[in-house]
Design a protein around this ligand. Structure first.
Ligand code: PSU
Ligand code: MN
Length: 297
């Protein structure tokens, strides 16, 4: 694992560090906006007094904190989407890889980082009872002690089933300033949040208490977009229904489903979903930094 000097220095003094994932950059956002957003995410973390550590595989190395050249590789090239099971083979052949929530959380925790920001978690896909398609994000969070700030789970998933699996897997889930579990592009998924916290200090207190009793997994902080900044709900529902039909019609399956539907959303909403996606990840990065500061204090 190669830690950027700034990240290594912050961890050595117990300072606040926020991990950021790279699948969101490589496969969740269109070029060239993705590179701008990657830089804006790092700036949002710095703006709240923490050090950003974007995680990726670059030429066969695990990198925790990317320099400008490495960030450009992740944003510009056709890098593989790597979950935890893909790390070994991609590293062994000296390849590049974009890390998902699962692999970013795993690697960040190993590096000693306690807080991670993303857009939306992976989860249980619709029709998973037939396809068995459930993101490795869930099982990984069950055994990875890290705080994950997200805007809920991506609305293209079965949100209710994902919340049930998070419960079975003993993953703590807190709505941030809300009793409603957020719906990624939408402020409210229609499901209640299992728990609630209203400040970074409250999140930090819950995390410390969970660690003190040996709870092994992640604490998910679900941070909603304000209602005024969400995607128009009827437009969302229409584009989602059409997108799910299109994915089925052209035979998109497995790890290609999420990038296919996100890209389709961005095109079918005239960029409105892209703007909502960018806003929510930036808000999550800033909140994650405030939580990291609270935990370090
Ligand atoms: N959040 C976003 N955009 C994304 C993702 C999250 O705003 O592209 C990525 C994350 O890396 C997550 C992955 O781990 O989607 C889930 O993919 P799958 O459903 O194939 O497990
Ligand atoms: Mn999957």
């Amino acid at each position: 694992m190669r830690l950027a000097p700034e990240v290594a220095e912050a961890l050595a003094r117990g300072g606040p560090v926020v991990a950021l994932e790279s699948t969101l950059i490589a496969h969740g956002l269109p070029r060239p906006r993705n590179l701008e957003v990657a830089r804006e995410l790092e700036a949002a973390v710095r703006g709240e007094g923490a050090v950003p550590a974007t995680v990726a595989l670059v030429a066969g190395d695990v990198r925790i904190g990317l320099d400008a050249a490495a960030l450009e590789i992740v944003a510009a090239e056709d890098v593989a989407k790597c979950s935890v099971r893909d790390l070994g083979p991609v590293l062994a052949r000296g390849g590049h890889g974009a890390t998902t929530v699962a692999s970013t959380a795993h690697l960040a925790a190993r590096a000693g980082i306690g807080v991670f920001a993303t857009g939306g978690l992976g989860g249980v896909h619709r029709e998973a009872s037939a396809s068995f398609d459930e993101s490795a994000d869930l099982a990984t969070l069950a055994r990875t002690p890290i705080v994950v700030v997200c805007a809920g789970v991506k609305s293209l998933l079965d949100v209710g089933a994902t919340l049930e699996r998070l419960e079975s897997l003993s993953v703590t889930v807190l709505g941030y300033g809300t009793d409603a579990f957020p719906g990624f592009y939408l402020a409210d998924s229609g499901h209640p949040a299992p728990g609630r916290a209203d400040s970074p200090a409250e999140v930090a207190a819950a995390v410390r208490a969970a660690r003190a009793v040996g709870a092994p997994g992640a604490v998910v902080v679900a941070n909603p977009l304000p209602a005024g900044e969400q995607l128009d709900p009827p437009l969302h529902d229409l584009v989602l229904r059409e997108g799910l039909e299109a994915a089925r019609a052209v035979g998109i399956a497995g790890k290609d489903v999420t990038p296919f539907l996100l890209d389709r959303f961005h095109r079918q909403t005239g960029g409105a979903s892209l703007e909502a996606n960018v806003r929510l990840v930036l808000r999550n990065a800033a909140l994650a930094a405030r939580i990291a500061v609270a935990l370090a204090g």
